[in-house]
Design a protein around this ligand. Structure first.
Ligand code: FAD
Length: 458
């Protein structure tokens, strides 16, 4: 039985839920919002990300780039208003390869991204008339280039990215990218939403009452009663699908487990001024000469020395006094039933550090010292084409704010603003249609899914 009422109930107080509450309360003046979460706000997936952002997204179409550009505009506005409480930088993403056959692919990627609206492509070949390469400062974001610099000039690569293996023959530095404090962003959005009247309720949403095709209320577990409401937002992160089922919806999403590795070093081992570095080739794990000799004698040695899939990432973290790095390297993308807490394979930490040490040689010292690596994990909740679901559903009054995969930090503000526009009937940006659940009803979209290409997941 409902024992309270609300204009809007949001299930989930992760970044998705708090951003929805912020844009509804602060942006549209809706006062009576209840955010229901069964755990501490911002403590599940939203606390285990690498906190990076980018406007670097593949097609088809430019909707994803435009949504992310908008979200980054909003992040920058918050950084400006708060004296950069969210610690936003614009160091960029650095994609690197040791394969000279990939040079054209990198140039074409920069040109394609420019066509989609990420900013101009600049190619640095070490030839007269090359554009100037402006390095990214460690802090700040104002007045820096957008687009991408493709650097084929190896002397320029060595000068600006001396920590990279000298196997790197081309790098692509995507510029409207960097990282921020996801916790500071989440707490800012939550504080402001609460100051504008939103309430946080500790509890579990166990059912949504629907009658006459529309939302009537929300049931809470553990005898906590219910909330009479006509508007409900599913922002349940890895529980997006089961919460969708409470509305009678079969949401086309699945979960993937991703593990984050964190380790400490010092100024000589961790490149503290680096951008997010992503090695785009398969890579073997780093082994010392002694380990390698031993492995070569073992029967399973060749398997352990074989290359692992591309995509090992690193970004520096911590402080100059206490340098740290975050590493990410996912190669098991099998869909899984989400378990809370997510299972963690501690061995993955050492594997990630050894993969990184093969492309950032100063990290080899950390491997040899037996540096401990902490591993935590979370789920990417995704659609097949890795685009979010934001907007109304066939159940009147029920809205979706999910399937935000590995981009929920960078996209939170753009998604929250879009969700709030749908819910209040405000003007919608023209990228809105690309993120509706109803997109799957169009035969042309189903055909497009069959020839989609890159999902944009790094
Ligand atoms: C390893 C890793 C690295 C990542 N790196 C990045 C990155 O660099 N940049 C980026 O933008 N994104 C990144 N992400 C993705 C980002 O973290 C997520 O997209 C985002 O945090 C998801 O937010 P959410 O609010 O949807 O989910 P969550 O943070 O999981 O929040 C969902 C909330 O819903 C609550 N809930 C669920 N069901 C119920 C219920 N029935 N009743 C009450 N409460 C309920 C849960 O308790 C939870 O608090 C990364 C993710 C991982 C795992």
């Amino acid at each position: 039985m409902p024992n309270q009422t609300a204009d809007v109930v949001i299930c989930g107080a992760g970044l998705a839920g708090v951003a929805a509450a912020y844009y509804l309360a602060v942006g549209h003046g809706i006062r009576d919002i209840v955010l229901v979460d069964e755990r501490e706000p911002l403590s599940l997936t939203s606390s285990s990300s690498t906190e990076c952002y980018r406007n670097w997204w593949p097609g088809p179409g430019d909707a994803m780039v435009r949504l992310m550009n908008r979200s980054i505009d909003l992040l920058e506005a918050i950084a400006r208003e708060t004296d950069n409480r969210i610690a936003l930088n614009r160091r960029g993403y650095l994609f690197a390869t040791g394969d000279p056959a990939r040079i054209d692919e990198f140039v074409q990627a920069a040109e394609e991204s420019a066509r989609l609206g990420a900013g101009p492509a600049r190619v640095h070949r070490g030839a007269p008339g090359d554009p100037e390469y402006l390095p990214a400062p460690a802090e700040g974001w104002e007045g820096l280039p957008t687009g991408a610099d493709v650097i084929i000039d190896r002397a320029l690569i060595r000068r600006h990215f001396p920590y990279l293996t000298d196997r790197a023959v081309v790098v692509l530095h995507a510029r409207r990218c960097g990282w921020l404090s996801a916790a500071a962003l989440g707490h800012y959005l939550l504080e402001q939403a609460r100051a504008a009247g939103a309430r946080l309720l500790r509890g579990s949403v166990t059912g949504v009452e629907v009658s006459g095709g529309r939302v009537r209320g929300v049931q809470l577990g553990a005898g906590a009663g219910g909330i009479a409401t006509e508007r409900f937002v599913n922002a349940a992160g890895p529980s997006f699908k089961p919460v969708g089922a409470m509305l009678g919806l079969e949401l086309p999403v699945f979960c993937e487990l991703h593990m984050r590795a964190t380790f400490e070093g010092d100024a000589t081992t961790i490149p503290m001024a680096a951008p997010l570095v992503i090695w785009m080739d398969p890579t073997s794990l780093y082994h010392s000469a002694r380990e390698r000799a031993e492995l070569e004698r073992r029967e399973d040695g060749p398997a352990l020395l074989a290359p692992y899939p591309p995509g090992v990432h690193l970004r520096p973290a911590g402080t100059p006094e206490r340098p740290q790095a975050l590493g990410l390297w996912t190669f098991d993308m099998a869909p899984r039933e989400p378990l809370i807490p997510p299972p963690v394979d501690q061995h993955h930490g050492e594997l990630t550090l050894r993969g990184l040490a093969s492309v950032i040689p100063s990290l080899a010292t950390l491997v040899e010292r037996g540096t401990p690596v902490r591993v935590d994990a979370g789920y990417y909740t995704k659609t097949a084409e890795n685009r979010p679901l934001i907007g109304p559903t066939p159940v009147e009054g029920a809205y979706l704010m999910g399937a935000i995969s590995g981009f929920g930090v960078m996209g939170a503000c753009g998604f929250g603003e879009l969700l709030a526009a749908h819910l209040t009937g405000a003007d919608l940006p023209d990228y809105a249609a690309a993120f509706l659940l109803s997109r799957y009803d169009a035969p042309a979209y189903q055909q497009l899914l069959g020839r989609w290409g890159s999902s944009g997941q790094l």
